[in-house]
Structures are given as C-alpha cells and as structure tokens.
Ligand binder design. Structure first.
Ligand code: HEC
Length: 112
C-alpha cells in the first residue's frame, strides 16, 4: 500500500516536472521569436530616428573611431541618452532603445 503510493507520487511528481518543462519551452518560444523580430524592426526604426536627429555634431565615424569612449552595452545606452538630451532629439524610451539597437547591431556589436 505504502510502496504503491510512493510510486504513484513519484510518477505524478516527474510527470509534473516534465509537463512544466514542456510548457516552459512552448511558453518561451513566442517571447524569443518576438524579441528577434523586435531587434530587426527596432534597428531599422533606430536608423531612421538616428539619421533624422543625430548628425548635428558627428557622423557615424564617431562610433568606429580608434579611441572611442563606449565599451559596454550599458555605456552605449547611457551615451545615447546623453546625446539625446544634448541634441534635444526628444526620443521616447522605446525610441532610445531602437537607436541603441541600431548602433549596437551596426557598429558596436556588444553581447547584452
Ligand atoms: C550636441 C552635439 C551632439 C549631438 C547632436 C549628438 N551627439 Fe553624440 N556625441 C557628441 C560628442 C561631443 C561626442 C564625443 C564625446 C567624447 O568623445 O567625449 C559624442 C559621442 C557619441 C557616442 C559615443 C562614440 C564613441 O566614442 O563610441 C555615441 C554612441 C553618440 N554620440 C550617439 C549619439 C546619438 C544617438 C545622437 C542622436 C540622439 C547623437 N549622438 C547626437 C555630441 C553630440
């Protein structure tokens, strides 16, 4: 009786673990796919925003110069916010993210 209940309990426990893993794998895939699409449309939108507002003081050579000042993804995000303020571009949070995505995809290539 006891032995049987232990066995049943084990089957239920492992069954649940497996269903949970399967569920998580499926639940995560649309999120990952969406993230990927956003990275592409984000970069394209970011380029548009960048080219419209960011050529006031420097061009894109600034991003590939030898002594560039940006060395991490966080630096890049902070710098884009700084230059957004300096240039009165007035980007929203989403637009800032898109510009960062564009610059990172095209020039910096940091792993996040
Ligand atoms: C008001 C002038 C001005 C405008 C407009 C401007 N920037 Fe800048 N930006 C600078 C200056 C000056 C530097 C270099 C700072 C230094 O070398 O210490 C710089 C550097 C940068 C860097 C770092 C380059 C490196 O060394 O890796 C990034 C990224 C950047 N700008 C992004 C932008 C973006 C995005 C915009 C549009 C929102 C923009 N900038 C508009 C003045 C400006």
């Amino acid at each position: 009786m006891n032995h049987f209940t232990d066995l049943t309990r084990n089957i239920i426990k492992h069954g649940l673990t497996i269903s949970l893993l399967v569920f998580l794998a499926f639940a995560a895939s649309p999120i990952l796919a969406a993230d990927n699409t956003n990275a592409k449309t984000g970069a394209a939108n970011g380029k548009k925003l960048h080219d419209a507002k960011c050529f006031g003081c420097h061009d894109t050579r600034q991003y590939t110069r030898k002594n560039r000042i940006i060395h991490t993804f966080e630096d890049l995000h902070a710098r884009v916010e700084f230059c957004d303020a300096a240039s009165n571009a007035g980007f929203s949070f989403d637009e800032l993210d898109d510009v960062v995505t564009y610059l990172n995809t095209e020039f910096y290539k940091f792993k996040k």
